[in-house]
Design a protein. Structure first.
Length: 265
């Protein structure tokens, strides 16, 4: 037998590389508690909450309002984020990560900024020097989606290498599959096709958050006909659902994050 094959073929089963997801994309409806959970995490875990939509002023936490902070520093939003992520990544690579989690609220806004970045980039190329449109997505035959995909992937890679764990909130898009009597509603990420594929395919654990009638919030890693995005890669989470937050008798928010990350960091 080839010595090369003897050197590279495993002689026994390889155990799972991770027990905790390095990146989670959580799809949810509007106003069901995502910001409250982000606030709790940033106060009770080593987590930095990045608000991309200026929607969290009423809640406390270790957070950065990206739009306001970039404006204050005289930087473009993309330049500000890339600098922030690069410096956080340098800390992590040196063995002292500044935060264990980065909370991205929400990924939909990053897609919009990636589109602006892709448009500006295209206008600097030789084919795009005479382009007068407002968005690269206006290019004929879908030619601009390649530029959007490339810039969105650049943002995704920079963000996910800035901290050991990334939590991405994403708005939910409901769509219908099938026709006639076989038509049914499914939940999906509210992103453009290629960006959706990057987010769903690159993260370790896509999840769905929903609210029960008693007001409790649940996060589901179950694969079902009601979900249109990819399955979970973390065996401990796959097929599970967890009651993630609820109000106690005094109306105080209770969050049980240890179900997802048992180390409590």
């Amino acid at each position: 037998m080839s010595d090369f094959l003897n050197d590279i073929i495993p002689t026994e089963s390889v155990p799972a590389a991770i027990d905790a997801a390095r990146s989670i994309v959580i799809v949810k409806d509007f106003k069901i508690g995502g910001s409250a959970i982000s606030s709790w995490l940033s106060e009770n875990r080593s987590a930095l909450w990045l608000d991309y939509e200026e929607g969290s002023e009423a809640l406390p936490g270790v957070k950065i309002n990206v739009i306001a902070k970039a404006k204050q520093m005289g930087m473009k939003r993309i330049d500000f984020l890339l600098k922030l992520w690069a410096d956080l990544a340098a800390d992590w690579q040196s063995g002292t990560p500044r935060f264990n989690y980065l909370i991205h609220d929400k990924i939909n806004q990053l897609e919009d900024w990636a589109e602006l970045w892709a448009t500006a980039y295209y206008k600097q190329t030789i084919p795009g020097k005479n382009f007068k449109g407002n968005s690269v997505l206006e290019l004929p035959e879908g030619g601009g989606y390649r530029f959007l995909r490339e810039k969105f992937l650049d943002l995704w890679n920079a963000a996910t290498t800035a901290a050991p764990r990334s939590i991405w909130w994403c708005s939910q898009k409901l769509k219908y599959i099938g026709d006639g009597n076989n038509k049914f509603e499914v939940s999906d990420l509210d992103l453009v096709g290629k960006c959706r594929s990057i987010a769903a395919g690159s993260c370790d654990a896509p999840a769905l958050m929903y609210r029960e009638e008693d007001g409790s919030n649940w996060i589901s890693f179950q694969t079902s006909d009601k979900r249109a995005f990819c399955g979970c890669r973390v065996p401990r989470l796959e097929g599970q659902r967890f009651k993630i937050s609820w109000k106690d008798a005094d109306g105080k928010l209770v969050v049980d994050w240890n179900q997802i990350y048992p180390d409590g960091k």
